[in-house]
Design a protein around this ligand. Structure first.
Ligand code: IPE
Ligand code: IPE
Ligand code: MG
Length: 233
């Protein structure tokens, strides 16, 4: 079995999971948040280097106010309980335009990242107010500023430099992208980083029903893929 260095997951299907049970959509988000930890621990155990999960997109703000409020509250609660990850030795990172969140949440995020920064295990990255197009736009701005300040010249604008100016900075490229929930799209997640990712779409699984076994299934599918990178074998 080949273990991907970087797994990315679009955690989709919470709303439908709740609706099927006659519950409010936010209940699906609450259930969905509970199952993140076993997935993180499983990926850490099998030797994944980076796990990036899509928790809130730049587009999700267009949902009804009450749902958005519930999502932000849930993220805040999650941030306040991250100490439960301490004993597993994982590193924690947040990706996205975090300036949209309250000062309280931004400080909390910095504290969490700092607290886990010396760990040697897998990097668990949480994408919040993340949009790949927004990320690439911000990278353009950062690079342009360095260019204007004469810190770099045109020839120094390489793919590596662009990668380093994304939120994922030095993360390896995404090897395996998993999307439960039945949609076959990328929804503005890691467009650059997933340039050569293998995709596993789990049609019949909604995120709150996602189990470590689904990671194993996706990794076994990944192991069967022939990654040619444009070559012929
Ligand atoms: C994913 O579940 C969670 C977020 C986008 C925050 P959804 O809320 O998109 O669930 P569905 O797709 O409507 O079922
Ligand atoms: C993608 O799911 C975003 C997250 C899982 C956080 P969406 O449910 O927002 O994606 P679309 O709208 O179906 O493309
Ligand atoms: Mg969805």
């Amino acid at each position: 079995m080949f273990i991907p260095k970087h797994i990315a997951i679009i955690m989709d299907g919470n709303g439908r999971w709740a609706k099927r049970r006659g519950l409010a959509r936010y209940k699906g988000h609450i259930e969905g948040a509970k199952i993140i930890k076993p997935i993180v621990l499983h990926c850490n155990e099998i030797g994944v280097e980076v796990l990036t999960v899509f928790a809130l997109s730049t587009e999700n703000w267009n949902r009804p106010k009450l749902e958005v409020k519930a999502l932000v509250k849930l993220i805040e609660n999650y941030l306040n309980n991250m100490d439960e990850y301490l004993k597993y030795g994982v590193k924690i990172k947040f990706l996205g335009d975090l300036s949209i969140f309250s000062n309280y949440m931004q400080n909390k995020i910095l504290q969490v990242e700092e607290k886990f920064s010396k760990n040697k295990g897998m990097t668990f990255a949480i994408a919040l107010n993340y949009g790949a197009k927004d990320e690439i736009k911000n990278a353009f701005k950062k690079i342009l500023l360095k260019f204007e300040n004469k810190e770099l010249n045109k020839e120094e604008i390489t793919e590596k430099l662009i990668s380093e100016n994304l939120y994922t900075k030095t993360f390896p490229m995404v090897d395996l992208l998993i999307r439960p929930g039945g949609e076959f799209r990328i929804s503005n997640f890691l467009l650059w980083q997933a340039a050569y990712a293998e995709f596993v779409f789990l049609e019949d699984v909604l995120w709150p029903d996602f189990k470590p076994e689904h990671i194993d299934f996706a990794v076994s599918e990944y192991s069967k893929r022939n990654r040619r990178y444009g070559k012929i074998s």
